[in-house]
Design a binder for this molecule. Sequence first.
Ligand code: NOJ
Length: 536
Amino acid sequence: MQKHWWHKATIYQIYPKSFMDANGDGLGDLKGITSKLDYLQKLGITAIWLSPVYQSPMDDNGYDISDYQAIADIFGSMADMDELLKEANSRGIKIIMDLVVNHTSDEHAWFIEARSNPESPERDYYIWRDQPNDLLSIFGGSAWEYDQASNQYYLHFFSKKQPDLNWENAELRQKIYDMMNFWIAKGIGGFRMDVIDMIGKIPDQKISSNGPKLHDYIKEMNQATFGQHDLLTVGETWGATPEIAKRYSEPDGQELSMVFQFEHVSLQHKPNAPKWDYEKELDVPELKNIFAKWQTELALGQGWNSLFWNNHDLPRVLSIWGNTGTYRQKSAKALAILLHLMRGTPYIYQGEEIGMVNYPFKDLSEINDIESLNYAQEALENGKTKEQIMDSICMIGRDNARTPMQWDRTKQAGFSVSDQTWLPVNPNYKDVNAAAALADPDSIFYTYQKLVGLRKECDWLIDADFELLETADKVFAYKRSLPDESYLIAVNLSDEEQDFELTDSYKETIISNTDENQAFANHKLQPWDAFCVRLN
Ligand code: NOJ
């Protein structure tokens, strides 16, 4: 199998509004990111996935783009972007751009033209119907918005300000490819593709994702753009099964490097329930089954996994599946060790490497996220109490991941000199911050640094087979094996001591958050114990 740089890479996701504010307006910006590249170089990451920084009215914090080839004023200028690329590349860090081409903003020049002139070619860049059907928007309510001037409805699977693009239109597709080539020419490292599985939608048949032409479009895009370059491409595909993921990522398939699948994350809510109906306790046996399935079905040469716990749409993993109290540090290391030694490309979301947790929101007035706000309104109308709604938002809402990065113990956690930041800084910042983590050799940061280093050094992380081991329910243990090397990874995903009956002796410790000798001697794992040892 041909190896690419991204097989040995760890990617770090930056949510620009919340990473670092260089100009003191209370919002993160590109200059702020550039100022923190040394920190990221110390962590050792290979590439940054930059959530959108393009021109946007910010209805969905940049996932509503009004100009793909301009930078939003709040983030800086194209010169700042070029500077970030140059400074990152000089440190060996690539920049992966967020590609949001399922929809644009309603303030994009194409949509303005489409709306004001139904005879224009741009009209057909979007999806218009005389009558709406009952398709629903992911952000609540109907997916159709009435346009009085033309007496038609346009489709928007997200907010009303995010009209869906019509990928059937070849001229539109070419414009998108031209735009992608503009960014490739700037020397970027690849694209993260927002809800890419929706571009083949057929609204009249109520097909939103995995439409029949989806893979044709992706192949065409590959040929017209990144296929000529060694770039990382990762599709956001909520509806992918292992079969579908193979199709996207098989080495000769000429589609993508990998996709994000969300099956493990679906355990955060009750089966077949909306995400707000969250599950209080992690079903560890189910988590094991899901990972084992993906690890074995996307075997070497057949496809490639991406590995993540967090992103800007998910709650902080420590708050939902880890421990935010006594075992905050230990559980953060345990979750990291568990994930990063599987097969795939790991992603770290900003602040994960210092163990950031959810924000203690008290009131709806503190919420910014459009999805949470729309949910609150609908839930109130459906008779839920404010307490129930806040409980869901505090656990699951997207703002939890979006509060400012905690750099140090000074005002606003060193994120901004402004008295007011766009979302508040988590009150735990005096204890949980990057400066404190860097000063403590035993911190979560250094576990991540070690894992990122192992990913670069160890071929077995790419090549070795995966085998799930039979253990106590709350213990997640697996073996990675090659003909003459094998490794055991064992993690206790609970606050209680667990039996651990494995009798193997081991040769060498690769990484650990505990005294693994004790675990082997006593056949017990202490709360959140985690280690990887070489067996032979
Ligand atoms: C997925 C993105 O991750 C999310 O933040 C956004 O709201 C939707 N796609 C719409 O672009």
